[in-house]
Design a protein around this ligand. Sequence first.
Ligand code: PNW
Length: 503
Amino acid sequence: MSQELEAGMFNASDLVVDHNTPAYTLEVEELPLPQDFQWGTATAAYQIEGGASQDGKGPSIWDTFSHLSPSRTNGENADVACDHYNRTTADIKLMASLGVDVYRFSIAWSRIIPMGGRNDPINEQGIAFYSNLIDELLAHNIAPVVTLYHWDAPQSIYDRYGAFLNTEEFQADFENYAHLCFSRFGNRIRKWVTFNEPYIISIFAHLNGTLAPGHCREAGTDTKTEPWIVGHTIILSHATVALMYANEFRESQNGEISIVLNGHYYEPYDQASSQDRDATERRLLFYIAWFGDPVFLGADYPPAMRAYLGDRLPTFTTKQRELLQRAAPVNTYYGMNHYSTKFIRALSDPPAEDDWTGNTEELSINSEGKEIGPVSGVAWLRVAPEGFRKLLNWIWKRYRLPIIVTENGCPCSGEENISTAVDDKFRRWYFGLYLDAISRAIYEDGVAVDGYYAWSLMDNYEWSAGYGPRFGIIHVDFQTLERTMKNSGYYLRDTFIERRRKS
Ligand code: PNW
């Protein structure tokens, strides 16, 4: 069932694949990329910082969730994580040695407003941390790209009003928090992201229980409506903040703002079945256009969603529609997180009453027994660069905004062992193929793709999967916290020089 596949996304992996002798069938061609193409790496605050209560930081929903008993995070928390909070200078130096143009990181809201709310005190020590981080990046000629929200809501706003579940309260508190960030950091920031992956916040955190705060069917919550309220809150909060940025800050700070949406590409399970072909398009709408249409087009939710979900889906008031329409043109780029492709089968059974998939099922193998691609270090992520290229086209056609790939990468098997980890052939291969797909999208299909940020700068806390899957291009020993560059890091450094030279 798609439900199970999705819910298993952040489980600790039990996969045993030998990535030292993989049957690589696709060849990397090292196709060109434009000379002004921007490459970088990405991280998120909770996954790397540690310093969970250092210098006045308040608790977030992730501090709570990662300490629940019984554990819902593989027995692990990110109290220390990579201890990046205390090692920023060395980490930036290491990153700079790769010649990156950009670094995408997120701000922990409860580090700078420990209680989170609009009437709550500001923590100057938290502000100083991010301010120094930004200055150090600039000193190394690395452009900071800042995500305001990467999943770690202040615990206190969750306790007070359920965070995303209360649209008006959240909208006001998020606006206040964003205003503070623009005021204090905006003179040095050219690119802002409001939210990372609203689909994941809505579904994984408020339906299947895998991510904080962990709402799920068993918990006596209303999984029929809550995920859609959460999505509604995110869309409206994004619009409010984008417009506020445009009105108050854009002219003097000369920056851009948008949102980051994630999504798989999908292929029909049975190419000959019109039900499967329809279901494939429907799944893309339910995953991506759910947010993309209101945010980038200023439109209502896709009609297919409205028809299927009925009054489970909130409606936009006239005032809210006006807000969306005014905010839509403020977004100057499409932030795209992408990892893999799946097959989609239309289900004939009546769906669960809280179904969110449009009655579809995600699979890795099609009706002819063909796999979508070789599996990585986690079951949900398979190598399928052609799907990536098709999704770039789908997004470009629908939204006509330059795309920045704000996350892409994979874990390999056997990476707890340092020697296997450093010689990460599988990840190199994955990067190579996905960059070729971007080149084809640009030069053969005419899609505007402006940048690529590898996920992730370093191995880190992979949410409910704890420290199992490693996505870094830098290896982190979680006992000693020692960092070691992986070969894929050097590969990215060299391939970007080479690919840009070719153009
Ligand atoms: C992203 N999917 O999550 C997050 O932004 C990161 O924090 C995370 O560490 C990284 O990807 C790797 O998992 C994802 O459904 C959520 O394919 C969902 C999907 C992919 C990534």
